[in-house]
Design a protein around this ligand. Structure first.
Ligand code: PEP
Ligand code: MG
Length: 572
């Protein structure tokens, strides 16, 4: 019988197929104990399972080939790191030894302890890392019972499961699986990110899926809305086919824009940079014809690891991004840890009363000068391989720009003295995302080579609305007259002083806001590769002269409704 199950949209695309249900590894294991004399045997059984999973993951990694091998390899490496985490393993050993629990039950207790820590985290991204722990624990549990955790999918099927690991996704797609529905998981998980890169439709958080769906049922899923239809009727099938042909047509049209200029109807070139936080993003940016990388978020090198990446590790990551962009500029942002991006090393303080107003971004870098020096040396060394700019987050005054400039000059001097190759000079830019920097910009714009407006933070600080707080609803929005005025003023100041201005917040990634940004005078945008072609299409359908001429009307709008009306009247 037809039923609708809803979940969360995680990777766009529609799929129709028979369900293959994989029930979760039974981690709702009953408490079970062993005798004191069995401890050694139970420990050995557990460590054998760890060895088996290690070998399984090594084997999987060796079998990976092709463009995504790098990317998926990174996920596997993360899982291998978790598997080697002494806290995870010694915790389980201790539970077996002192609690006399079976390895299965110890695994479950340890999983619940870790999950409690993750669930208490404020940051949705970090909370979603529990998926990785679950995937590793699931593999260990499967190994304890000597069955392989690896999934088998059949061509044309939709996998229904509690959770799916990134490495499994690539395997499943290779086997012909057309979509995935998970009962748990988050749209921010690594799996969701990877599914989007693979164009594999994914719905997560469909809580009822495992109870309602049986092997062989027919499912129609829409990864753009999170809708799952069990036993679709004729109208559902028509909807599905319509969505598939629309998506195909749209993708074909968009793909034709890969090599086209980002030029408005009246002939003005708009620079589209890419935001990147992984090697895969950089590869995509290049393939889509991005002008360069406008924001390389380096904190992602720090978030996944419990030790700080040293100069060599950072240098290799930055150099690889520079090489992958083959001569197009890479804008590397210095570390922006803190607030919603807390790391595992404890570098970003966890117990600040107001983390968003605390020691984050450049404040942390200037407080830990060794950290800044290492990062600037690594960035400067990467500039020996191609054009690099340095971008500094959370600037609130000219003093901070001057302090970073001094540190950068010092790093260059040191490297030259050591005989290492770097660019002679590196351009230094300020993120404009703190209201004081936006308002006082005329006092220090002369010290910046370029500016990049971080609307994600600028909006939160201007409107005093936490960017991560869903309870604030519409309050956190770019459609506020204060936001528009600040954007216009920053663009004007940049233009008056001949400094390029980019917008690199999420507003630049949404084609609906492109007319507004163009009207306010922006000619450079930096955005995630996922929507780069859509934004290019919107720019190409825009008349810049007409938009600029109606900027005064936009700026006269007194409230959100007025700005929305302007957008509706100027949609490309
Ligand atoms: C921003 O604040 O707009 C920005 C691009 O930086 P992040 O989202 O990394 O804070
Ligand atoms: Mg920011």
């Amino acid at each position: 019988m037809r039923q609708l199950l809803s979940g969360n949209a995680a990777a766009r695309g529609s799929a129709l197929g028979r369900a293959r249900v994989r029930l979760p590894h039974a981690l709702d294991i009953e408490e079970a104990r062993i005798g004191a004399g069995d401890v050694d045997a139970e420990l050995a059984r557990f460590h054998d399972a760890v060895g088996t999973v290690r070998a399984e993951m090594r084997e999987l990694r060796e079998r990976l080939h092709g463009a995504l091998a790098h990317e998926i390899g990174e996920f596997l490496d993360l899982h291998a790191l978790l598997l080697d985490d002494p806290e995870l393993l010694s915790g389980i050993d201790a539970l077996i030894r002192t609690g006399l629990y079976t390895a299965d039950y110890a695994l479950r207790l340890q999983r619940d302890r870790i999950a409690a820590v993750f669930e208490g985290m404020d940051d949705a991204y970090l909370r979603s890392r529990i998926d990785d722990i679950d995937q590793v624990i699931g593999r260990l549990h499967a190994a304890l019972h000597s069955h392989k955790a690896a999934l088998q999918g059949v061509s044309g099927e939709i996998l229904v499961t509690d959770n799916v690991a990134p490495a499994e996704l690539a395997q499943l797609q290779a086997q012909g699986v057309v979509g995935v529905v998970t009962a748990g998981g988050s749209p921010l998980s690594h799996s969701a990110i990877l599914a989007r890169s693979l164009h594999l439709p994914l719905v997560v958080g469909a809580a009822q899926a495992l109870q309602k769906v049986n092997d062989g049922d027919v499912l129609a899923i829409d990864g753009a809305t999170g809708l799952v239809v069990l036993e679709p009727n004729a109208a559902d099938l028509r909807d599905h086919h319509r969505r598939v042909s629309e998506t195909k047509r749209e993708r074909r049209q968009l793909n034709r824009l890969r090599r086209e200029p980002t030029r408005t109807l009246d002939g003005v070139d708009i620079k589209l940079w890419a935001n990147a936080e992984s090697r895969h993003d950089v590869t995509e940016a290049h393939a889509l014809g991005a002008a360069g990388v406008g924001l390389y978020r380096t904190e992602f090198l720090f978030l996944g690891s419990s030790t700080l990446p040293d100069e060599e590790a950072q240098f290799r990551a930055y150099r690889d991004a520079v090489l992958a962009m083959t001569g197009r500029t890479v804008t590397i942002r210095t570390l922006d840890l803190g607030a919603d991006k807390a790391d595992k090393t404890g570098l970003a303080l966890r117990d600040e009363p107001n983390p968003a107003l605390g020691l984050r971004g450049v404040r942390l870098s200037l407080a830990r000068t060794g950290l800044l020096r290492t990062q600037l040396r690594a960035i400067a060394r990467a500039s020996g391989y191609g054009p690099v700019r340095v971008l500094v987050p959370m600037i609130s005054s000219g003093e901070e720009v001057r302090a970073v400039r001094r540190a950068l000059d010092e790093a260059l001097r040191e490297l030259h003295a050591e005989g290492l190759e770097t660019a002679a000079q590196l351009q230094l830019g300020a993120m404009i995302e703190v209201p004081s920097a936006a308002l006082a910009l005329p006092t220090f714009v002369g010290q910046c080579d370029f500016l990049s407006i971080g609307t994600n933070d600028l909006i939160q600080y201007l409107l005093a609305a936490d960017r991560t707080n869903e309870a604030l609803g519409d309050l956190y929005s770019p459609l506020h007259p204060a936001v528009l005025r600040v954007l216009r003023d920053v663009v004007r100041t940049g233009q008056r002083h001949g400094k390029p201005v980019t917008v690199c917040g999420e507003i630049a990634a949404d084609p609906a806001f492109v007319p507004l940004l163009l009207a306010l005078g922006l000619t450079e945008l930096s955005l995630h590769p996922a929507t780069l072609l859509e934004v290019r299409r919107t720019v190409r359908a825009s008349d810049l002269g007409r938009l600029r001429a109606s900027a005064p009307a936009l700026l006269r709008a007194r409230h959100r409704a007025g700005i929305e009306a302007w957008l509706a009247a100027h949609a490309a």
